[in-house]
Write a protein that binds this ligand. Structure first.
Ligand SMILES: [Cu+2]
Length: 500
């Protein structure tokens, strides 16, 4: 008997344990998703405009982060004299930088300004879910949409508008970056910058003034007129240059909004100590010169600054840099370190054959030699325009501190023989022209005697100068008395050297 009761009791006991286990299990999966970090508290994200980055996250737990972002269509400067109607996230291109932490639960509020002509939405590459949030966030002018997502994967992600025609919304500037910081944070650096590249397609050619409409045709052909960093030509040059100091370590969060071009991101004068390619959080390459960043992609680069210089950010597809605007600057100040970089130490005339290399072709030498002043002047003008103007400028005015003037030049007019030697043999070292010191190099000009006679007659009788003519015989005699016009003494390195 007692045995029987005992068995029943044991069975009942086992059964009840089984049931309560089930209950606990089902409760766990239904109400506490503890595969994810528990959300503690709530905060509103600080959003910043390029090149500023929100401060690093010091929080050690996941939280609910409220992001309020507004889409706005604004007319802004594309280049000097050129305006464009940019479609933006937050009023600027690129859109606001969003910084959250792995595990955070983001409540995203996308507002479309009532003045917008278009509906807009947002596809965040950091989102795990339908369309990256695109469908959930489609918002008409004057409305706000809300959706939430969990930051599952740390990384640097592009976000962009995904409203049809998507290419057009992106081409008009609708992109930005969201950084999901890994739980353990990113390595500490002294300065962080936000730089994003984009290509733009305008009806008019590069530099054509006025408010430029978007060209769908050029966008489809992938022939941009502008390729820029941070939304306009010159956004980060001169007074707007990024700034840092020698000894600092910097990180650039670099994104490419495209829509079409892949960037060959490079900083002239620096080497990336570390690159986190493709927006991942693992530095997977070191000592990198140029890194590829595709449209809709990103990377982080880190480098230490050892010497002062103006470092130039470019897309190393260099015609984009020099002809379409893709240039930025990082100005670094601090003490020189000549063990790393000396600056120019010496610059002397290089005359491999003891003088200008003669490239007189037969055609030219068969032409009748100019004799009269009119003949010398006419030929001299052509020689000047082809050979001298690039440095001494169109009216011989020169460029302050770099190229001395020929216009009203006391130096030029004082000594005819010396000027023959300067043109035929080049000139280096310190000279004084109209009271101003120049200490540079003029290369020997590969000109025949007729051209030298002509150009010197021309410059000595133009731009406010007047003197006698320089004949071919003068040139022959001057060259025969060939001594270097200024001895090619070693120049002292300039006091202040500049990086590239
Ligand atoms: Cu849009």
């Amino acid at each position: 008997m007692s045995y029987d009761i005992g068995l029943k009791k044991v069975l009942w006991w086992k059964f009840s344990i089984f049931c309560s286990t089930l209950l606990v299990l089902s409760a766990t999966s239904a109400f506490t998703p503890n595969f994810y970090d528990p959300i503690e508290g709530e905060e509103t994200a600080i959003l910043t405009s390029a090149p500023t980055v929100p401060p690093p996250i010091t929080r050690k737990h996941a939280t609910k982060v409220i992001v309020n972002l507004e889409t706005k269509e604004v007319v802004k400067r594309m280049a000097d004299g050129v305006e464009y109607t940019f479609w933006t996230f937050g009023g600027d291109v690129p859109g606001k930088f969003i910084r959250v932490r792995e595990g955070d639960f983001v409540e995203f509020h996308l507002s479309n300004h009532p003045s917008s002509k278009m509906p807009h939405n947002i596809d965040l590459h950091a989102v795990t879910g339908q369309g990256g949030g695109a469908g959930a966030s489609l918002t008409s002018p004057g409305h706000t949409s809300t959706f939430s997502f969990r930051c599952m994967n740390p990384g640097l992600y592009v976000y962009h508008c995904a409203t049809a025609p998507v290419g057009m919304h992106v081409a008009n500037g609708m992109y930005g970056l969201i950084l999901v910081e890994p739980k353990e944070g990113l390595p500490k650096v002294d300065k962080e910058f936000y730089v994003m590249q984009g290509d733009f397609y305008t009806k008019g050619a590069y530099g054509e003034e006025g408010l430029q409409p978007f060209s769908m045709e050029k966008a489809v052909l992938e022939h941009p007129d502008y390729v820029v960093f941070n939304g306009s030509v010159g956004s980060m040059v001169g007074d707007n240059a990024l700034r840092a100091k020698v000894g600092e370590k910097v990180r650039i969060y670099f994104g490419n909004g495209g829509p079409n071009l892949t960037s060959s991101f490079h900083v002239i004068g620096e080497i990336f100590d570390k690159v986190y390619t493709e927006g991942g959080v693992k530095a997977n390459q070191e000592q990198v010169q140029t890194t590829l960043v595709p449209p809709g992609g990103s990377c982080m680069v880190e480098f230490g600054l050892e010497v002062p210089a103006t470092y130039i950010l470019v897309d190393h597809a260099l015609l984009r840099a020099f002809n379409k605007g893709c240039i930025g600057m990082l100005k670094v100040e601090g003490p020189e370190n000549k063990e790393i970089y000396t600056g120019k130490q010496n610059d002397v005339v290089y005359l491999p054959e003891g003088g200008a290399i003669q490239t007189m072709d037969d055609e030219v030498s068969k032409r009748p030699a100019p004799v009269t002043k009119a003949e010398l002047m006419a030929r001299g003008k052509r020689v000047f325009e082809a050979n001298c103007m690039a440095c001494h400028q169109g009216s011989g005015e020169g460029i302050a501190n770099v190229f001395p003037p020929l216009a009203k030049s006391d130096f030029l007019m004082a000594d005819k023989n010396r000027s023959i030697q300067i043109v035929s043999k080049g000139l280096s070292g310190s000279i004084k022209v109209n009271g101003k010191t120049f200490n540079s190099v003029m290369p020997a000009q590969a000109l025949n005697n007729e051209d030298i006679a002509s150009v010197l007659t021309y410059v000595r009788n133009s731009f406010g100068n007047s003197g006698d003519i320089v004949t071919v015989q003068d040139v022959v005699a001057g060259r025969a008395s060939a001594v270097q016009p200024t001895p090619t003494t070693t120049k002292k390195p300039k006091a202040k050297s500049k990086g590239k």
